[in-house]
Structure formats: structure tokens, C-alpha cells
Design a protein around this ligand. Structure first.
Ligand code: LLP
Length: 432
């Protein structure tokens, strides 16, 4: 019935997260509210660290892709758990630095970083810049020269590997705005260009083949393709890049039947592929980097809403309207993303009714789910949407000037606000 270990039902029949009654959370913090279980977030971090230790001799690191959910507290947790960090903007970098995240463990991504963002990264001592295009090589060289900095660089490669996932979130194929293509020789030209600069040092390659992936095979193939390129660069330029970054992408359970891959299978296969390839190509085993986003906070988060009205349209459908919607979770609207929904007060009962859950925004497409089985709902009930920890808050928006909800962290049976909810004053705060 549930999508994550941190969820359960108590003796009142209420949904609990991290052992805390969700109806109490809704009463204490109001709705909508995004609730996250700290123990689950940490456990998800440790799953990566321990798998790298077990299957790859600890010669690597997981970088938390902070685009999935960026705030100071999750940066602190990632730091404490020994992870590195993937940031893609001045804003994510600022957040990490404000949380005292060690800059040497930060990797700065992005397909169009501005000169100001690159300068900010070098000023802060960010460890690695993942360069995306030829202009950026020139730009970074220029920014580095002005500061006398010598940034370490990874090349973002399009390995041409297709992962089976939603079309909008595929990024590995040749027709992608991200990175250098292999087939066209662009990636090799980029390696030559970096090698010819005065200030940049080429230390690795990166790819990200997609998101919410359930198959291990595309990751193995990506590792094989990338190592082939490492060998070619070694031949042509005499530079052996020591870091192999396979990006993020491991899928999570949104529906109880979703078959997320096990870490054991993932790491066993990927590690074996790397070892075989390195032996065949005469390469050193590279330092392995992975960039999990979704799989760190995703399963640890749920969103609680209050039901406002239930509108039955005979022979068509029954709409249940809640006090949030596309503003705090635009994923149904953008991708038709499916979620598990529960009446938090009747979580132990069977889901017998079929509902379409609508948000409160002025947009017909503002839905959270359509024709979905949920326990009976009435105005005032608390509705829980599961697996909302990733790409919900980080993609939240203020359409209709509706304030963004707070994010609350649950730990040891208690809860604390980690991101405050916006106020009505906040809605006009920047207005001149
Ligand atoms: N590394 C890079 C370079 C990425 O572009 C991404 C995600 C990740 C790592 C993390 O991937 P993950 O482990 O989360 O799959 N907004 C979409 C997801 C977009 C993912 C973009 N890149 C969604 O809501 O499903």
C-alpha cells in the first residue's frame, strides 16, 4: 500500500511518517505542508555510500543532486553523511555555501552558466566545474585567468544512450541541449580545447542519461561508452581522466507496484562493467561519482492537504478539491506523473472510491491525480500524496500569488520547520 519504509498506520488508523501521526502534523503546521522523514533521507544517503564501499572499494562518492530539493538543512544532512553536492545555479550554490557545505566537494553543472556564476564558483573554491559547451571552455578560461585560478574540469558528454523514461526528462541522446556529442567528434574537440588552455585541468567526464530509470542496462552501457572515450583521450592527448561521473537517474516508487532497481543490482553490474572495461582498455579504475537526486529525498517526503469540496459530476467524475495543487506540485501537469494518494485519517482502510484530485489554482489542468482509487473523502479530511520529497518543492511556483507551503522535518517522534511557509506579505515583497 505504501511507497516508503518511513510510512505506516497507527492504532487510530491514521497514516504516520517517521512514527508521527500525519493528522497531528496537519493540525500543528497547517496544510498544505510537505513533510520529510530525516531518518529516511539519511538512510537513502547511506545506501549509496555503503554500496560504493561494498562494490567499488569505496573509490568514489555520491553527490546529492540538489535540484531535487535544495535548502540549507538538506545540504547539512548531505554534508554530515559524507556526500558531495551537485549544484546547477548560483542559487543552489549560494544555499550550499550558506549551509557551510565544503566547496571542494561541490560539482557545478549547467548548460548555460553565466560569467557571474562561474566567477562566484571560483571565488568560493568550488572543487569541480562540469563544462557543457565550447563557449563555456573559453569563458571559464577567461574567468579563471582573471583570478589566477586553476579549476578542475569534467566534460559533460552525451553518450547517446537512451533510458526508458518520460520523454521530457531524457537527456542522454544526441538531440539534447546538454553536453558534447561523442559521435560527431565534438567531445574529442572539447578535450583538445581544455588541454590547450592555460588554467583548466581536465580531470573527468560526466553523463546523465535520464531520470526515474528502473533499468540497470543503460547505466552499464553509459559506463562502457564513457570509458571508451577516456581511452581515446588518453591515446590522443596523453591525459588519463581519473573521474567517471555517471549522473543520477535511479528511479523510486511512486506507485506501490513500481519496480525501483535495487542498489545491489545497480552497483554490482556497473562496477563489473567498469572493471572489465578498464582491464580491456588498460585504464586505471576511475574515481566513481554518482549524482542521485530523486532517490535521496523523494521517498522520504509526503504532502498533506485539506479537502475543501467534493464535486460529483454524474456519469463523468468526482472532483475532490484540495488547498494546494500545481503550485506545490506541478509534476502531474508537466509530466502526467502518477502518485499514491490516501485519506490520511483512514489509511488502514481499502481505497474504494474513484476521484480526480484538483488543486486550488485557476487552471483546468491543475490536477494531482485523475480517476484514482482513494478511501472515501469529505470536506475537512486530510489527503496525503506520497513520494513528494523530490522535484515538488524545488519546482514549486507562485501562480495566483499563492504562498509556497512550509517544509517540515520529522525526527525522533517530533517535527520542526526546515523551510518556512511563505506569507501573503511575501507575495508582494519584491514589488516596487
Ligand atoms: N545529475 C544531472 C546532471 C541531472 O541533470 C540530474 C537531473 C541529476 C543528476 C539527478 O537525477 P535524479 O537522480 O534525480 O534522477 N523535474 C523532473 C526531473 C528532472 C531531472 C533533471 N536532472 C521530474 O520532476 O521528474
Amino acid at each position: 500500500m505504501f511507497t516508503s519504509d518511513c510510512l505506516n498506520v497507527n492504532d487510530k488508523g491514521h497514516l504516520t511518517i517517521g512514527g508521527v501521526d500525519t493528522l497531528d502534523l496537519a493540525a500543528r503546521h497547517g496544510t498544505p505542508v510537505l513533510v520529510m522523514d530525516e531518518a529516511q533521507v539519511r538512510e537513502n544517503c547511506r545506501a549509496y555510500t555503503s554500496s560504493i564501499a561494498q562494490y567499488y572499494g569505496g573509490h568514489g562518492m555520491a553527490l546529492y543532486a540538489s535540484k531535487a530539493f535544495s535548502c540549507k538543512e538538506i545540504c547539512r544532512i548531505a554534508k554530515e553523511e559524507g556526500l558531495g553536492l551537485d549544484v546547477v545555479s548560483g542559487g543552489e550554490l549560494y544555499t550550499a555555501l550558506a549551509a557551510d557545505f565544503p566547496p571542494q566537494r561541490i560539482y557545478f553543472h549547467g548548460n548555460n552558466k553565466s560569467p557571474a556564476e562561474l566567477a562566484m564558483a571560483l571565488e568560493a573554491g568550488v572543487g569541480y566545474i562540469v563544462v557543457d559547451n565550447m563557449q563555456e571552455i573559453e569563458l571559464l578560461e577567461d574567468v579563471a585567468a582573471k583570478r589566477g585560478a586553476t579549476p578542475q574540469v569534467l566534460l559533460r558528454i552525451k553518450p547517446g544512450v537512451e533510458a526508458h523514461t518520460h520523454e521530457f526528462i531524457r537527456t542522454g541522446q544526441i538531440d539534447s541541449k546538454f553536453g558534447f556529442a561523442l559521435e560527431t567528434g565534438e567531445a574529442m574537440a572539447a578535450a583538445h580545447a581544455v588541454a590547450q588552455t592555460q588554467h583548466l585541468s581536465l580531470v573527468g567526464i560526466h553523463c546523465h542519461i535520464g531520470s526515474q530509470i528502473f533499468d540497470v542496462a543503460p547505466f552499464e552501457l553509459a559506463a562502457e561508452v564513457l570509458l571508451g572515450f577516456v581511452a581515446k583521450v588518453k591515446d590522443e592527448l596523453g591525459i588519463e581522466m581519473s573521474q567517471l561521473n555517471l549522473g543520477g537517474g535511479i528511479g523510486i516508487k511512486y506507485l506501490p507496484d513500481d519496480n525501483a532497481p535495487s542498489y545491489t543490482v545497480y552497483f554490482e553490474h556497473v562496477a563489473r562493467m567498469i572493471e572489465t572495461q578498464c582491464a580491456a582498455l588498460g585504464l586505471q579504475k576511475p574515481y566513481l561519482l554518482l549524482e542521485p537526486g530523486r532517490s535521496i529525498p523523494g521517498p522520504a517526503g509526503i504532502t498533506l492537504y485539506t479537502v475543501g469540496n467534493v464535486k460529483e459530476i454524474p456519469d463523468v467524475r468526482t472532483y475532490v478539491a484540495v488547498d494546494g495543487g500545481m503550485g506545490d506540485n506541478p509534476r502531474y501537469m508537466m509530466y502526467g506523473a502518477k502518485y499514491t494518494l490516501l485519506n490520511a485519517g483512514k489509511a488502514g482502510e481499502d481505497a474504494t472510491e474513484t476521484y480526480t484530485v484538483a488543486g486550488r489554482y485557476c487552471e483546468s489542468g491543475d490536477l494531482l491525480a485523475e480517476h484514482t482509487k482513494i478511501q472515501p473523502l469529505q470536506p475537512g479530511d486530510v489527503l496525503a500524496v506520497l513520494s513528494t520529497g523530490a522535484y515538488n518543492y524545488s519546482m514549486a511556483l507562485n501562480y495566483n500569488r499563492v504562498p509556497k507551503p512550509p517544509v517540515v522535518m520529522v525526527r525522533d517522534g517530533d517535527s520542526r520547520v526546515i523551510v518556512r511557509g511563505e506569507s501573503l506579505e511575501d507575495m508582494a515583497r519584491l514589488d516596487v
